[in-house]
Design a protein around this ligand. Structure first.
Ligand code: NDP
Length: 436
C-alpha cells in the first residue's frame, strides 16, 4: 500500500486474491521462498502518455493514456482498453492484475494487460472519437504487436473505436497486422461471436453452477445491471436458455419491465440511438424508469439470479444483503469486480452461488485469443464452431474452479478456486522462466 498510494481498487483486487493464497502457501511454501508473490504484484511495465486531440469546435484537449503490461509469463499481454472519465492508474492496475488470473484460467497462451484513457466519449461526435482514437494509437502503437501486447475493447471501446484504433495502427506501421488488436469487424479480421462472448460466457458459467446442483437458468427471473456490450449479450443468452430478464440499467438509472426486457428495443435505444435507458421505458407501456440502483427490484420481483455487468464496486454490502434477503440464488460477475469484498462475504455466508468475474467473464478474452488464432492462420471460423469453443472453455473454467476449491478444502468456493487455479499456472510459468 505504501508503494502504491491511492490505488484503492488495485489494493482491493490484490487483497482479494491473496486472501485465497494462504491455502496454497500452507501446502507449497516454495512459492513464498521464490518471491513470486511480490513479483506478481509488480507490473512488468506501465506506460503513461499524453493524448492531445482537437474537438469539432477547434479547442484542443489533453487526456492521459495508459497501458499496463502486467505479466507475460503465459503469452503476449492481452486485455482491453477502457475510455471512461474515472480511469486512473490504479484502475488500470486493478484491471490488468485481474486479467492475469483470468487469462490463466482460460488455459490459452495469453499474458495479462489493460489500458485506456480518462477520455469521456459521452456527447462526443464520431469525428471527435476518431481523432481521439488516432491520437491514442499514435503513441500506443510502439508498445503493441501480435507477439507483444494485444488490446481489445472494454467500457467505452466497442467495434467503432476498435476500427479507428486499428486503422491508425495500419497507417502508421504500413502493415496489415490483424492480430494486433481483437474485437475487429468480421469483414476485416474479427471473429464471429467476439461481441457476444463475454455476456454469453457469463451465462454459460451461471448455467454450469446451477446444473452442478441439479438446477438451471430456465424459468428463472434475472436482474442485469448495465446495458452495454456485456449486459446485452447476457440478456440474450438468458432469454435463449428460458430465463426472464426483468431489469437492466445504465449510469443514469434503470428500467423495470415486468414482462421481460424487449431485447430488440433495448438494442435500438442503446446501440443504435446511443440514448439513455429511460428512452426504453418511454417506449414500453408496462416498463418504468427508476433513478436508483437496479438491485432494489430483487425483493419486489422475487428475482433468482443477479448478473452485475456494468462496472466495479456496483454491489456493496447493503445491496448484497438486500439481494440475499430477497432469496437470490446465484450471482455471476459479468463486469470486473462489481461486488465489493463485503458483498462477496455476504453472498458466501448466505449460501448464494457466487461466480467471480475472473472466471465468469473470461469468455470475452477467450474468444479474443481465438480471434488471434484465426488471424495467425488467416482463417475465419463459423459462429457455431466458435460458440462451441466458447462453451467448452467456460465449462473447463467452471470445472477447474470447482475442482481446485475442492482440492484445497473449500468446496463450492469459486472465488478461492479461481484465484488458486489462476495463480498456479502463472506462478509455475514464472518459476520455470527464472527470476524475471
Ligand atoms: P460498455 O461500455 O459496453 O457498457 C458499460 C455499461 O455499464 C453501460 O450500460 C454503462 O452505462 C454502464 N456503466 C459504466 N460505468 C458505470 C458507472 N460508473 N455506474 C453505472 N453504470 C455504469 O462496457 P462493457 O459492457 O464492455 O463492459 C462492462 C463491464 O464488463 C466492465 O466491468 C468491463 O471491464 C467488463 N468486461 C468486459 C468485457 C468485454 O468483452 N467487453 C470482457 C470482460 C469484462 P452508460 O451507457 O450510461 O455509460
Amino acid at each position: 500500500i505504501a508503494r502504491n498510494p491511492g490505488e484503492r481498487e488495485f489494493h482491493q483486487a490484490v487483497e482479494e486474491v491473496f486472501e485465497s493464497l494462504h491455502l496454497v502457501l500452507e501446502k507449497h511454501p516454495e512459492y513464498m521462498d521464490s518471491s513470486v508473490l511480490e513479483r506478481m504484484c509488480e507490473p512488468e511495465r506501465q506506460i503513461i502518455f499524453r493524448v492531445p486531440w482537437t474537438a469539432d469546435d477547434g479547442t484542443v484537449h489533453i487526456n492521459r493514456g495508459f497501458r499496463v503490461q502486467f505479466n507475460s509469463a503465459l503469452g503476449p499481454y492481452k486485455g482491453g482498453l477502457r475510455f471512461h472519465p474515472d480511469v486512473l492508474l490504479g484502475t488500470m492496475k486493478f484491471l490488468s492484475f485481474e486479467q492475469v488470473f483470468k487469462n490463466s484460467l482460460t488455459g490459452l497462451p495469453i499474458g495479462g494487460g489493460k489500458g485506456g484513457s480518462d477520455f469521456d466519449p459521452k456527447g462526443r461526435s464520431e469525428t471527435e472519437i476518431m481523432r481521439f482514437c488516432q491520437s491514442f494509437m499514435t503513441e500506443a502503437y510502439r508498445h503493441l504487436g501480435d507477439t507483444v501486447d494485444v488490446p481489445a475493447g472494454d467500457i467505452g471501446v466497442g467495434r467503432r473505436e476498435i476500427g479507428f484504433l486499428f486503422g491508425q495502427h495500419k497507417r502508421i506501421t504500413n502493415r496489415y497486422e490483424a492480430g494486433v488488436i481483437t474485437g475487429k469487424g468480421t469483414t476485416w479480421g474479427g471473429s464471429l461471436l467476439r461481441p457476444e462472448a463475454t455476456g454469453y460466457g457469463t451465462v454459460y458459467f451461471t448455467e454450469h453452477m446451477l446444473r452442478s446442483r441439479g438446477e438451471s437458468v430456465d424459468g428463472r427471473r434475472v436482474i442485469v445491471s448495465g446495458s452495454g456490450n456485456v449486459a446485452i449479450h447476457a440478456i440474450e443468452k438468458v432469454q435463449e436458455l428460458g430465463g426472464t430478464v426483468i431489469a437492466a440499467s445504465d449510469s443514469a438509472g434503470c428500467v423495470h419491465d415486468p414482462d421481460g426486457i424487449d431485447l430488440e428495443l433495448l438494442r435500438e435505444v442503446k446501440e443504435h440511438r446511443r440514448a439513455r435507458i429511460s428512452a426504453y421505458a418511454e417506449a414500453r407501456p408496462r416498463a418504468r424508469h427508476i433513478d436508483g440502483a437496479v438491485w432494489s427490484l430483487a425483493a419486489e420481483e422475487s428475482a433468482d439470479i443477479a448478473l452485475p455487468c456494468a462496472t466495479q464496486n456496483e454491489i456493496d454490502g447493503d445491496a448484497a444483503r438486500a439481494l440475499a434477503e430477497a432469496g437470490i440464488r446465484a450471482v455471476a460477475e459479468g463486469a470486473n469486480m462489481p461486488c465489493t469484498p463485503e458483498a462477496v462475504d455476504v453472498f458466501q455466508e448466505a449460501g448464494v452461488l457466487f461466480a467471480p468475474g475472473k472466471a465468469a467473464n473470461a469468455g470475452g478474452v477467450a474468444v479474443s485469443a481465438l480471434e488471434m488464432q484465426q488471424n495467425a492462420s488467416r482463417d475465419s471460423w463459423t459462429a457455431e464452431y466458435t460458440d462451441e469453443r466458447l462453451a467448452e472453455t467456460m465449462e473447463h473454467i467452471h470445472t477447474l474452479c470447482a475442482s481446485t476449491a475442492e482440492e484445497y478444502g473449500v468446496a463450492g468456493d469459486y472465488v478461492a478456486g479461481a484465484n488458486i487455479a489462476g495463480f498456479l499456472r502463472v506462478a509455475d510459468a514464472m518459476l520455470a522462466q527464472g527470476v524475471i
